[in-house]
Design a protein around this ligand. Structure first.
Ligand code: GDP
Ligand code: IMO
Ligand code: MG
Length: 440
């Protein structure tokens, strides 16, 4: 049962989509297990760019079965649009499956997300406005509507009407908004049901069968470890478990079913939305990273906040996900900076922290402690072999490995599928016979 989980180690947008796409070519299944269309995963094939929000990034490999697991929250309108857009570009979705237990994002979830943020004013989370918080709240409150309800429209209608009684009261009385019309929503979702009902199945059963039959399965995380609902910078997080552990619940497989965990880390750090970010660079350096790295959100277009690599964040992600190795992305973006900084600790009120402090207030107020290393000037984007990187770039990677004590297994030097350097010797297990080189 060779299986691998790919997770973000920072605040999202590390390049999970492009790493997933790369490995997907040798997989039988690629599975999304949490989040919704708040995610934006970019894959670049030659001069074509694909932005995937709900559909797993394995969809560009024709024979791979792509699964949207039960832990994902689905806006059916977005799913249908994404399928149509792929078809228009000649990409087949014949192997796409959707869990019967995944929850549906309803129009009121999106309205409540936006209205809630408006009400918070300057304390807002900076959500993607996709309804993520409200839909996961309904799931936990046992007031949600699932994809399988689209297969029994009578039940769907009853649940919708029940839900709207409360939601309309909140929309009108708390937020001063127009109440929603049940019939209009019902008709719209009947239309969606017609379009996606063939995709809905028990994906947990399917995946367990696949693993029993020794098929290769990749679990594609969304968001990043620091956006995890429990372990992230709460409340400035998303509403799901973004860690490798989330794949067990969000795909319906048991512990032990994942052989290898690959963490994706940007060679620097970015974050969209509010919340603490100790290594943020608001001046020239941040602008340089934003410009060179095209750091604008895939989902919302918002400029991403940029800063130096934070080893405390990486070490935390390594622990929470039990990472076997790291895929270091966007190294090319740092070309041209004379010196690079790596954050190795935080200082607050005279005390030094080498791990993330228990009290988040410290993360808001601390001073990052940096180690400075040499930068490089050479263009990295055509390099295929680790030994061809400039010595300073190699040194940067080696220093990160020394500090976090986990090997870097691959390095990306551009967004295109082929712009990847595999560090052959660094993989955990015999999962894929000869490691990553064998599967790329
Ligand atoms: P994800 O959410 O983790 O899948 O990441 P996103 O797709 O939201 O953001 C990563 C962005 O960086 C995308 O625009 C990618 O095309 C781009 N990208 C990925 N890897 C590299 C790289 O090595 N170099 C450069 N310059 N861009 C990259
Ligand atoms: P991918 O998968 C980066 C952030 C939002 C906000 C917080 C909560 O592309 O890495 P939400 O809409 O989830 O309630 O927003 O989480 N966020 C992301 N940031 N990448 C993502 O996904 C994100 N998904 C959510 O900006 O700060
Ligand atoms: Mg993204």
């Amino acid at each position: 049962m060779p299986s691998i989980a790919i997770v973000g180690t920072q605040w999202g947008d590390e390049g999970k989509g492009r790493i997933t796409d790369l490995l997907a070519r040798k997989m039988n299944f690629v599975v999304r297990f949490q989040g919704g269309d708040n995610a934006g995963h970019t894959v670049v094939l030659k001069d074509e760019e694909f932005k995937l929000h709900l559909i797993p990034s394995g969809i560009l490999s024709a024979e791979v079965v792509c699964v949207i697991g039960n832990g994902v929250v689905i806006n059916p309108e977005v799913l249908i649009r994404e399928i149509e857009q792929l078809h228009q570009r000649g990409i087949s979705t014949k192997n796409l499956k959707v869990s019967c237990n995944a929850h549906l994002i309803m129009p009121y979830h999106i309205m409540l997300d936006k209205a809630g943020e408006r009400k918070l004013g300057t304390s807002k989370i900076g959500t993607t406005h996709k309804g993520i918080g409200p839909v996961y709240s309904d799931k936990a409150a046992r007031a949600g509507i699932r994809t399988q309800d689209l297969l029994d429209l009578k039940i769907f209608k009853t649940k919708l009407e029940e839900s709207l009684k409360i939601k309309n009261a909140i929309l009108s009385k708390v937020y001063d908004l127009e109440p929603l019309d049940a019939k209009e929503i019902f008709d719209r979702y009947c239309d969606y049901a017609e379009k996606i009902k063939e995709l809905i199945t028990d994906t947990s059963f399917l995946l367990n069968q696949a693993l029993d039959a020794n098929q290769k399965v990749l679990f594609e995380g969304a968001q990043g470890s620091m956006l995890d609902i429990d372990y992230g910078t709460y409340p400035f997080v998303t509403s799901s478990c973004t860690l490798a552990g989330g794949a067990y619940m969000g795909a319906g497989i048991g512990p032990g079913r994942i052989d290898e965990v690959l963490g994706v880390a940007k060679a620097y750090t970015t974050r969209v939305g509010s919340g603490p970010f100790p290594t943020e660079e608001e001046g020239e350096v941040g602008d340089f990273m934003r410009k060179r790295g095209h750091e604008y959100g895939t989902t919302t277009g918002r400029p991403r906040r940029c800063g130096w690599l934070d080893v405390l964040v990486l070490k935390y992600a390594i622990m929470l996900n039990q990472l076997d190795s790291i895929a270091l992305t966007k190294l090319d973006v740092l070309t041209g900076l004379e010196q690079l900084k790596i954050c190795t600790g935080y200082r607050y009120e005279g005390k030094f922290y080498e791990n993330l402090p228990t009290n988040q207030t410290i993360m808001h107020k601390c001073q990052p402690v940096y180690e400075t290393v040499d930068g490089w000037d050479a263009d990295l984007t055509a390099i295929k072999d680790i030994n061809d990187l400039p010595p300073a770039a190699r040194q940067y990677i080696t220093r990160i490995e020394e500090l976090v004590k986990v090997p870097v297994s691959m390095v990306s030097v551009g967004p295109e599928r082929s712009q990847i350097i595999v560090k052959d010797n660094n993989f955990k297990s015999q999962t894929f016979d000869r490691g990553f080189t064998a599967i790329i």
